[in-house]
Design a protein around this ligand. Structure first.
Ligand SMILES: *[C@@H]1O[C@H](CO)[C@@H](O)[C@H](O)[C@H]1NC(C)=O
Ligand SMILES: *[C@@H]1O[C@H](CO)[C@@H](O)[C@H](O)[C@H]1NC(C)=O
Ligand SMILES: *[C@@H]1O[C@H](CO)[C@@H](O)[C@H](O)[C@H]1NC(C)=O
Ligand SMILES: CC(=O)N[C@H]1CO[C@H](CO)[C@@H](O)[C@@H]1O
Length: 505
């Protein structure tokens, strides 16, 4: 994460006066999942396997499920979910639950599976290998003390992942697995050898084995609903490996292979596809014309039929959005909305003005976004508008990251994480104000969609007034019609205002 040069500025649309007015005035529609809440409550949790229906993820009964959750890294050098020297798994999961979150994006490194397949190691060795004998033993003792009766020195890393998943299940939190890197460590710069298929550490075979292994292993986790094939694919720079061409063609063939292997290993899981440029762009898939090659991509033609047995109802898209290296910060929520829609959120429908209507609809989740958890950064335009966007579109999300520290990151032990929702010792929220004024309202908005009924069939060629969305039940969305009546009386005003601003620039 946090290492891309997305050329977001180039995606700006030229004119958006009417949309500005609409977005200003169309207050987020009150959302209601009332219709099927009772049915959802009665169904056994988690009521999987999950499938997709048009732009929604749904449970087995067709009730919408929107992830509102957080990233819990387990892919950094030690390859053990972070924070356990400070708090028990139970208390960490309780913190997540206390916000009303319903999902954890649990990251892992392929290196862990490589070791399991050759010679697995216990957590005692994992800690001493990464932190040195003395520090490793000290941290291990703290972890064991926090997990008496659960772990001992011979516990394996995967057993720690099992314990995290089990506690999440106990507290009714879904687990979404994410293959974050091949070689364990902080991610993701373009020099790190983890960037792209064939990069120094990114063996395609090991990757496929790794994601399939975790998909299969996750059959033991009743709450594992989904898995992401690979985090933040990016063009490798100065690779000492043999990277394959950095193209959508490579992306398409490799992602299909990975997805096939995951499906074979565990046909229940939703499979998340991430885009290029550090997962800031999956537009070519979203905007692909039937029977035509992926835009900007050579010869591959995206087709659900190529994902045999699961292409119709198991594929989900994910994107990331950060302001680091963003250049000029977005001016307003319209710009944030357009950037996210151009990146691929248009697959949800309801794309911003000036953004092409998607030809392929998918659920799209923002699986990473984040910023320093002080008491003011969350109010900055880009962050406030990102959270508003997720609420308005009822898109799923997992914020980066949960913890306030890492066992080790970039060679520094007990690394402090100012972006962590939790304090350094994982005991409390770093930014009570962001929690209160940003996250809690967002979680509430996301959860309001859950339990509603997803439309039965893909809503292609919707009529202009969006009537379709209202009728098929449960979930009321910010629809064309709610925009429509806002635009009418104020369009002229907005056009004038915008015109004046534009002239002034
Ligand atoms: C861990 O394994 C070693 C070697 O098998 C054994 O001697 C030791 O007693 C085990 N420790 C625990 C706590 O079971
Ligand atoms: C993709 O579609 C085009 C037609 O637009 C066709 O000429 C081409 O052969 C297709 N490519 C593949 C790999 O199927
Ligand atoms: C944020 O404000 C709270 C009080 O509301 C304070 O306790 C906390 O230290 C502040 N956090 C930061 C990072 O400034
Ligand atoms: C403007 C727009 O595309 N509105 C759509 C928003 O989504 C609902 C439900 O998917 C549609 O019915 C609207 O037409």
């Amino acid at each position: 994460m946090r290492w891309s040069l997305p050329n977001l500025a180039s995606r700006l649309a030229a004119s958006f006066a009417l949309w500005s007015a609409a977005a200003l005035l169309a207050a987020p529609t009150a959302v209601a999942g009332a219709a099927n809440t009772a049915a959802a409550a009665a169904a056994p949790w988690p009521n999987g396997p999950f499938v997709t229906s048009d732009r929604w993820m749904t449970d087995k009964s067709g009730n919408i499920v929107t992830y509102a959750g957080v990233n819990w890294p387990g892919h950094v050098d030690v390859m053990i979910p972070e924070g356990l020297q400070y708090q028990s798994i139970t208390s960490i999961v309780s913190k997540i639950k206390s916000l009303g979150m319903n999902a954890v994006r649990l990251t892992f490194a392929i290196e862990m599976i490589d070791q399991i397949t050759h010679k697995d190691i216990p957590i005692s060795k994992a800690f001493t290998d990464a932190l040195g004998q003395e520090n490793g033993m000290a941290v291990l003792q703290k972890v064991l003390k926090n997990h008496q009766g659960l772990f001992d020195e011979n516990t394996t890393r995967l057993q720690v992942f099992d314990a995290v998943a089990a506690e999440c299940a106990k507290q009714q939190i879904y687990v979404h697995l994410d293959n974050h890197v091949s070689k364990a460590g902080w991610c993701c710069n373009p020099f790190d050898g983890n960037s792209w298929f064939g990069d120094r550490y990114f063996s395609v075979d090991n990757w496929k084995r790794g994601v399939a292994y975790m998909a299969n292993h996750g059959k033991n986790w009743p709450n594992l609903m989904s898995i992401a094939l690979r985090n933040e694919l990016r063009g490798p720079i100065l690779s000492s490996g043999k990277p394959e061409p950095y193209t959508w063609d490579t992306w398409y063939s490799r992602m299909r292979e990975g997805a096939d292997d995951v499906f074979k290993a565990n046909p229940d899981l939703l499979i998340f596809l991430s885009g290029l440029d550090s997962d800031t762009n999956i537009g070519p898939v979203v905007n692909q014309q039937p029977g035509k090659p992926l835009a900007g991509g050579g010869g591959a033609n995206f087709s659900r039929a190529d994902f045999r047995g699961y292409g119709d109802d198991k594929l989900v898209l994910e994107l990331h959005y950060y302001d680091i290296l963003h250049g000029s910060k977005p001016r307003d929520c319209d710009q944030v909305g357009r950037e996210l829609d151009n990146a691929g959120f248009s697959a949800l429908g309801n794309a911003s003005a000036g953004v092409a209507e998607a030809t392929n609809r998918f659920p799209v989740l923002l699986t990473e976004f984040g910023f320093p958890q002080d008491n003011s950064t969350y109010t900055q335009t880009i962050h406030r508008c990102t959270e508003q966007f997720l609420a308005d579109r009822q898109a799923g999300w997992t914020i980066w990251p949960l913890g306030g520290s890492y066992y080790i990151r970039e060679d520094k032990q007990d690394y402090d994480e100012p972006w962590g929702l939790l304090t350094h010792d994982w005991s409390d929220w770093r930014s009570p104000e962001h929690i209160q004024n940003g996250l809690r309202p967002l979680i509430k908005a996301s959860q309001a969609a859950s339990g509603g009924r997803a439309p039965a069939a893909p809503a292609k060629d919707q009529d202009q007034d969006g009537g379709d969305g209202k009728e098929n039940g449960g979930v009321q969305r910010r629809s064309a019609s709610s925009m429509g009546f806002s635009i009418a009386p104020l369009g002229l005003w907005a056009a004038m205002t915008y015109g004046i601003v534009a002239l002034g620039l």
